[in-house]
Design a protein around this ligand. Structure first.
Ligand code: FE2
Length: 178
């Protein structure tokens, strides 16, 4: 990576990493380097008020910059592909779920990610994300596939009902984390 942070170069470096023999390891290495340069990264990212900014989508890799405002608990969902996440500002909490034998969703873990740090969610992880802090948390997400095309699941936290992932429902099912 060049000394200056250039978004176009970051995306092409990410695509090279996604094509490496061990894409998860290569993407994690690239993100470890990137989350240590939060100021440069913030300067390079497009200016937007949106919480989710799509930076790239292709068959093998989808890249989002995601900002989580404090206080909101987003509903449980899966991705059907590995996800490598580089947290570069604030603290994000992941609630991890499993489907019980009776089909009910059950929380089995809670992970707090304080920036700067990098993590990997395996292919079938079900999580809900929230920010218990008082400043927005921010992270680069690598989805190892085309997230815009994959069929995946979203759970309604009020009813426990599973349905197809849908962006309107994702934001519609969000609640307070208090
Ligand atoms: Fe997710």
């Amino acid at each position: 990576m060049s000394p200056m942070f250039i978004l176009k170069d970051f995306i092409s470096d990410s695509l090279s990493a996604a094509n490496a023999s061990d894409p998860v390891a290569a993407l994690m290495d690239l993100l470890r380097e990137t989350v240590g340069r939060a100021d440069a990264l913030l300067t390079a990212l497009p200016e937007t008020d949106a919480d989710e900014t799509l930076l790239h989508a292709s068959e093998g890799l989808t890249i989002y910059d995601i900002k989580l405002p404090p206080g909101i608990l987003y509903p449980p969902h899966n991705h059907r592909m590995p996800v490598v996440i580089g947290f570069y500002a604030g603290c994000e909490t992941n609630l991890i779920y499993q489907v019980s034998a009776d089909g009910a969703l059950k929380q089995v873990d809670r992970l707090d990610f304080e920036a700067p740090t990098v993590t990997i969610l395996e292919r079938d992880v079900i999580h809900a994300i929230t920010n218990f802090g008082d400043t927005p948390s921010r992270a680069i997400h690598y989805y190892l596939g085309d997230l815009l095309e994959v069929e995946r699941d979203l759970w309604n936290p009020a009813s426990g009902q599973k349905g197809p992932f849908d962006n309107d429902n994702y934001f519609g099912f969000a609640t307070s984390n208090q």
